[in-house]
Write a protein that binds this ligand. Structure first.
Ligand code: CU1
Length: 146
């Protein structure tokens, strides 16, 4: 409400005051205002972490979803769901340079239903990870950090 009122006033002021100024500056003003609104929205959305289940509801030995995409600085929360024990293992050569595989990994087995692990991703790139007990069964996942 306040934002759109402000935007209107901005546009009105710009149009009135800058009758002689080329159109470009008006366009830029609008673009700037819209840019502020967009970045505010992105900030609000960054509070939402991606959620990944450890084991599908039907008991499958998978991460679900197997691939999540987040923005830099966001977190992923894994939740123990079925077929445990599970763990979450990142290898140094399967993550971007500068990211810390040891800090991201959760080597301890998750044994309790509903147990969660949350990790924040501060380096852009693609991270592959796996569950140690079920690696042979193909339990692996991917985190893509934009
Ligand atoms: Cu597992």
């Amino acid at each position: 409400m306040m934002k759109s009122a402000m935007m209107k006033r901005n546009v009105a002021t710009t149009m009135k005051a800058n009758a002689n100024v080329p159109k470009v500056s008006f366009v830029r003003k609008v673009a700037q205002t819209a840019g502020v609104a967009a970045s505010t929205l992105a900030l609000a959305l960054s509070a939402q972490a991606a959620d990944v289940k450890l084991g599908s509801d039907s008991g499958g030995l998978v991460f679900e979803p197997a691939t999540v995409t987040i923005n830099k600085g966001e977190s992923v929360t894994w939740k123990n769901n079925a077929g445990f024990p599970h763990n979450i293992m990142f290898d140094e050569d399967e993550i971007p340079a500068g990211a810390n595989a040891d800090a991201l990994s959760n080597e301890d087995y998750l044994n309790a239903p509903g147990e969660t692990v949350t990790r924040k991703f501060d380096v852009s790139g693609t991270y592959s990870y796996y569950c140690e007990p079920h690696q042979g069964a193909g339990m692996q996942g991917k985190v893509i950090v934009k």
